[in-house]
Design a binder for this molecule. Structure first.
Ligand code: ADP
Length: 328
């Protein structure tokens, strides 16, 4: 496509809707050619951030800088970004090819040229043979790919995706997810993908930006954020962690790092409350003093070498380097 990635920088970006502060002075640098996921619970400010980057929402304060140029006040089509809208935003009365070519029509590109470019885009998303169909003659996954081709035809340096997989069934979601990742790698541009699904973010992202209450709580590679959550919120939101209160403060310990020993041994005494067999693993929950519950995800062979049952007193333990102090 000839498009090369550019840096995207958010500088003190703020969004206010009346009294509501939806995005509170966030700063972030997205490196070129990155698959980034904005991850967080509903209402934390992800979509507002994305819409401000796209230019579909004004910035209340701060600036959006793409490749060294402040684009904060440029219209969406002039920014070098494109937004992939949900597939239901396709025009029902236009063919697949015409849907994909639509933004070029708006720009005054003549018909042969825009249909040629649409053809290239359809090839990219593997839909060439369906160019003459209408949206209601396509499956959900195919509609999604049309929406993707429609966004990419403007040759953006940054593609913005707002919950692009949420309308798909679980099987299709996982397939589309790997297609998105493959496409991002092939194009070499940045994708910024909004999701509230931690599994989606972990699977896709080179970089995860975790948002909570209008601010960025933590950003880093998927593995760094998962392995070393900085706050209890991040540990709980990413899942797979215990947040444990110790006299020196709260720590995060991955569930698969917790081991059970005999009563009187280990770091803390506990009593087993539930045992769930999950095939490759057994999920054992134990209550410790102060109503805390700790989950241990034990490989099945380890569990069955010494099965323990609800009501049994045990000791819980983990390696020192598996314990991450959390900021209050
Ligand atoms: P997310 O994408 O993380 O769910 P949003 O960016 O959509 O979060 O919303 C962040 C906050 O801003 C929420 O409190 C939401 O209710 C509010 N909000 C979003 N859009 C508008 C709007 N157009 N008018 C008023 N408040 C809004």
């Amino acid at each position: 496509m000839g498009a090369t990635g550019k840096d995207l920088e958010l500088v003190n970006v703020t969004k206010r809707y009346g009294e509501t502060v939806a995005v509170d002075a966030i700063n972030h640098h997205f490196a070129p050619g990155t698959y980034a996921c904005l991850l967080g619970p509903s209402g934390c400010g992800k979509s507002s951030t994305l819409r401000m980057i796209a230019g579909h929402e004004t910035v209340s304060d701060g600036s959006i800088v793409l490749g060294g140029t402040d684009v904060s006040h440029l219209p969406p089509a002039k920014r070098g970004t494109a937004m992939m809208f949900q597939s239901y935003a396709l025009f029902p009365h236009l063919s697949v090819a015409e849907n994909v070519a639509f933004s070029l029509k708006m720009k005054g590109v003549d018909r042969p040229d825009r249909l040629k470019r649409a053809g290239e885009m359809l090839e990219l998303v593997d839909l060439s043979r369906l160019a003459d169909r209408f949206p209601d003659q396509l499956s959900g996954g195919q509609q999604q790919r049309v929406a993707l081709a429609r966004a990419l035809i403007t040759r953006p340096q940054v593609l913005l995706l707002d919950e692009p997989l949420s309308a798909l069934d679980p099987f299709l979601r996982i397939r589309m997810r790997s297609e998105l990742k493959k496409l991002q790698r092939e194009l070499g541009i940045s994708f910024i993908h909004v999701t509230h699904g931690q599994d989606e973010a972990l699977a896709l992202a080179d970089e995860i930006v975790v948002m909570n209450n209008a601010v960025i709580e933590q950003a880093g590679s998927a593995r760094d954020v998962f392995n070393a959550p900085r706050t209890a919120f991040v540990a709980r939101f990413l899942g797979g962690h215990n947040v444990i209160a110790l006299p020196e403060g709260k720590v995060a310990v991955r569930s698969d790092a917790v081991r059970m020993t005999d009563e009187g041994a280990g770091r803390m005494p506990a009593q087993i409350t539930a045992v769930e067999y999950q095939g490759t693993h057994v999920n054992v929950t134990a209550a410790v003093a102060g109503e805390q519950e700790v989950t241990a995800l034990l490989p099945d062979a380890l569990y069955f070498a010494q099965p323990r049952h609800p009501g049994e007193p045990v000791g819980l333990t983990w390696e020192n380097d598996q314990q991450h102090p959390l900021q209050a």
